[in-house]
Write a protein that binds this ligand. Structure first.
Ligand code: DGL
Length: 267
């Protein structure tokens, strides 16, 4: 048993899609979230820059009492080497949990991946999938506009600009005949209804955020680190830019008003 918080971070607000799931499946856990809103996007930056930001983000979280780190960012997760960036507590990114789910759900052995340019060019999801099942055929597409569309609130199912971008990006994946599609960036679940409309009924969408949250729960259970609190856990949010902007936009990610204190903090 451990009543410290779960530390979770992203380049911005995308990781809130994982916080939302964590609150549902682990309602008694405290959560400390860091969104690097001053430096988003990460997904168009170099590996060296993303790795430096990642170190700083984790160091920031570690200034608080935490028992686990979740990199709720496909881009960060894709830039990590084989070694965990923390050696004294559990850690997960989003890539392996999503790859595991994709291998479990695909029936025709064809899986699509969408993510930021850094994620897709890293080949991280393909590698993770092939480490589980070498026979799965993978088609990946970078969708650089999606993060901006989501951050600026172009998220409605009938939003024309988002739909046009999605049609363009998803065409090669649809043509490949996949039956499972990994939303490999934690911003993308917000526009899942648009993506689902374009991909059609026969394609299962896999949220990397949701899979990472479920994987984190599994890790904490296996290591005996769940909280024994009986009252609801608390969320505390830190951002590297404007608190008011975060409060305004985070509602879309949490599907509710922000449920905790928000602080602006330099890292
Ligand atoms: N949420 C980040 C991810 O999952 C993408 C945002 C960015 O480019 O910083 O990849």
């Amino acid at each position: 048993m451990n009543n410290d918080a779960i530390g979770i971070f992203d380049s911005g607000m995308g990781g809130l899609t994982a916080v939302k799931v964590l609150n549902e499946i682990l309602p008694h856990e405290n959560i400390i979230y860091f969104g690097d809103t001053a430096r988003i996007p990460y997904g168009t930056r170099s590996r060296q820059t993303i790795q430096r930001y990642t170190k700083e983000d984790i160091a920031f979280l570690r200034r608080h009492p935490i028992k686990m780190v979740i990199a709720a960012c496909g881009t960060v997760s894709s830039m990590l080497g084989a070694d965990s960036p923390v050696d004294d507590m559990p850690f997960t990114g989003v890539v392996y949990p999503a790859a595991r789910k994709a291998c479990a759900v695909t029936k025709n052995g064809r899986v699509g991946i969408i993510g930021t340019p850094a994620t897709v060019s890293s080949g991280s999801y393909e590698q993770a999938i092939h480490s589980i099942d070498g026979n799965v055929d993978v088609t990946a597409m970078a969708c650089p506009l999606f993060v901006h569309l989501v951050e600026y609130g172009y998220t409605d199912r009938d939003c024309l600009i988002t739909r046009l971008a999605a049609e363009e990006y998803l065409a090669p994946i649809r043509n490949a005949g996949v039956d499972a599609l990994i939303l490999g960036c934690t911003h993308y679940p917000i526009i899942a209804p648009v993506i689902a409309d374009i991909m059609g009924d026969g394609v299962t969408l896999i949220s990397a955020s949701e899979e990472a949250a479920c994987y984190a729960k599994q890790c904490l259970e296996e290591q005996g680190l769940l909280s024994d609190r009986t009252e609801p856990g608390r969320n505390v949010y830190y951002v590297s830019d404007s608190v008011s902007m975060f409060r305004e936009n985070a509602r879309h990610f949490l599907a509710d008003a922000v449920n905790g204190q928000v602080f602006s903090s330099r890292i």
